[in-house]
Design a protein around this ligand. Sequence first.
Ligand code: LLP
Length: 383
Amino acid sequence: MTFPTTIFSKLDTPFYYYDLDILNQTLKAIHAETDHRKNFHVHYAIKANANPGILEIIAQSGLGADCVSGGEIEAADMAGFDGQKIVYAGVGKSDKEIRIALEKGIFCFNVESLPELEVINEIAHEMGKKAHVAFRINPNVDAHTHAKITTGLNENKFGIAMEDMIPAIRKAESLDAVEYTGLHFHIGSQILDLSVYVALCDRINELQDILDKEGIQTANINVGGGLGIDYDNPDGNPIPNFKEYFELFEEHLKLREGQQLHFELGRSVVAQCGSLIARTLYVKEGHTKKFVIVDAGFTELVRPAMYGSHHFTQNLSAANDAPKDKYDVVGPICESSDVFSTDEVLPITHRGDFIAFRSAGAYGEVMASTYNCRQLPEAYFSE
Ligand code: LLP
């Protein structure tokens, strides 16, 4: 990726910079794998990046949306996503949010508990509507990823246990304002070991056999999201391996006649197109370490502080062949966790140098905060 540093020098830092070429190539790669598989439907997980400019491009490309709040449903609507392609998940949907979803006529609620099912039924009944519901089943499959982004284990708060699947479906059948239309799964995020998805397919196949025996028909299977990206080498692997990912489901999942398969991809769609751009404020020589102190902190990109993640870090102002040194790259926030990386090897860095934190298009801008009375970062787009 190339960065327009001359333009950057006229801008206040820190800010997010989105390379729309990368975003468009990523969307093209998804469409190349899903357009001809007519029963495959991709819903972009808005939680990964809800910048209106990004959302509009994704909506225009024809993807649906995966939302986890009333606010996300409204953002999807504003960006032009088709309401009929919106799925709505979350363990704690409020009455107000359920009403918003019903008003927009969304495709489906991914229901996470029986009390939630009853409330959706009551509200839909009151509004004279029928809510399409899918049950989020907790498949107890280990995603082999970071503990804080693992969701499909029995100990996680998400979904309904497998043993409770049939009673939940029977319950839905007994209610007048909901219609059972599918099963939903999501086992975690930043999944690079694709065998985890084979295990998920095997589990879904088992569950479908049980449903067949009960004579229950399921129109939709939703396998969630989670496909990981290459944080270490964003320029080498700017586009995730969608071919392998989608083929895996085609090969391993035994879909029933007419069954539709849904995906909720977030990170893999937007991570590589975005970078956080900061300026170096000071280079401080400690007794044991050298610090590059930049003007961005965990207020702009919380992933390193929250999950211990590392974002590939570049000094955009230094010549390629400049001699290198080792630094801890830190932000200005008054907390010791405000560290982007330790022992980062960078070209010798000076005050004023631009630093790019790469692969920050997902769970970057959208998780920014105003802690320390800081302003939310601006966003700029290529072209
Ligand atoms: N579907 C459901 C039900 C989800 O909970 C999530 C993400 C997704 C889809 C999209 O997953 P993706 O394709 O983006 O992996 N803030 C964390 C990630 C949290 C993921 C939450 N759920 C991070 O920065 O790594």
